[in-house]
Design a protein around this ligand. Structure first.
Ligand SMILES: Cc1cc2nc3c(=O)[nH]c(=O)nc-3n(C[C@H](O)[C@H](O)[C@H](O)COP(=O)(O)OP(=O)(O)OC[C@H]3O[C@@H](n4cnc5c(N)ncnc54)[C@H](O)[C@@H]3O)c2cc1C
Length: 222
């Protein structure tokens, strides 16, 4: 939910200013949220011992915060818990674009990059975040209540979304006028995340039917 005091746009900063193809940049709050919410995975980069590191991990957004979670022994989380700055990227490839020249070949995409620093989440809020992660990945899924030892074995970090940019290419083929008459196919091939048929756990108790949320699972445009 966007608080009424918030504008519909994030404010660009020198760091989030898209330089190449700035017309593809967006700082629209709803667009940024939709890009993040469609993702299961983000890539988190940070500096550790003077070296750049990048790690894929599950992402959750609630309002104007991102949440990462994992083992308290997870190097990335331990480093970020100390306030080391992170750059977090979310990417969706919507289509491959086959132009009439190599230069005209491209991809249509939506991406968001967030610069932020993490804060440790403790107390009852942590269990809520863990539950929201489950609901974000498998909406409607029911699980038993977490045990305290499981919560103790889970670290949760919160990253305020303040400094962020999105970039979108949805142009399809944009070939040069002079190439349009060539005897070559050109077009886009859309890509979608498509869920397969659910596979019951081999040790599933008999008599438990596969729930509708699993049968009808959809991600993004489906
Ligand atoms: C799936 C995919 C494939 C791509 N393939 C190519 C490719 O093959 N060649 C190529 O040149 N570019 C590609 N891009 C675009 C690429 O991500 C950068 O936008 C591009 O390198 C231009 O960067 P820059 O030098 O203008 O910006 P930089 O100076 O590198 O970035 C400045 C700021 O702009 C913002 N920004 C830059 N790119 C993005 C982005 N994609 N999403 C959100 N914010 C962004 C960030 O806040 C960043 O800090 C691809 C993007 C995606 C999502």
């Amino acid at each position: 939910m966007v608080a009424s005091s918030q504008t519909s746009q994030y404010a660009p900063t020198p760091r989030t200013q898209v330089r190449r193809r700035p017309e593809r940049a967006s700082y629209d709050r709803q667009l940024v949220h939709s890009i993040i919410d469609e993702a299961i995975v983000c890539h988190v980069s940070f500096i550790y011992e003077d070296q750049p590191c990048i790690i894929p991990t599950t992402i959750l957004r609630i309002d104007e915060d991102l949440y990462l979670h994992g083992s308290p022994t997870n190097r990335m989380l331990c480093v970020l818990a100390q306030g080391v700055p992170a750059a977090i990227a979310v990417t969706h490839v919507d289509a491959v674009v086959a132009g009439r020249s190599g230069f005209g070949c491209s991809v249509d995409y939506r991406s968001a990059i967030i610069y932020s620093s993490g804060q440790l989440v403790e107390g009852p809020h942590k269990a809520e975040i863990v539950d929201r992660v489950i609901q974000s990945v498998v909406p409607g899924h029911r699980v038993r209540a977490p045990k305290q030892k499981e919560l103790d074995a889970t670290m949760v970090l919160r990253f305020p979304i303040v400094e962020v940019s999105a970039k979108v290419r949805d142009l399809g083929v944009r070939d040069y006028e002079e190439d349009l008459g060539l005897d070559l196919w050109a077009g886009t091939i859309p890509l979608r995340v498509v869920a397969g048929a659910p596979v019951n756990a081999p040790d599933l108790r008999s008599g438990i039917r596969t729930p509708d949320y699993a049968l009808n699972y959809q991600r993004g445009k489906g």
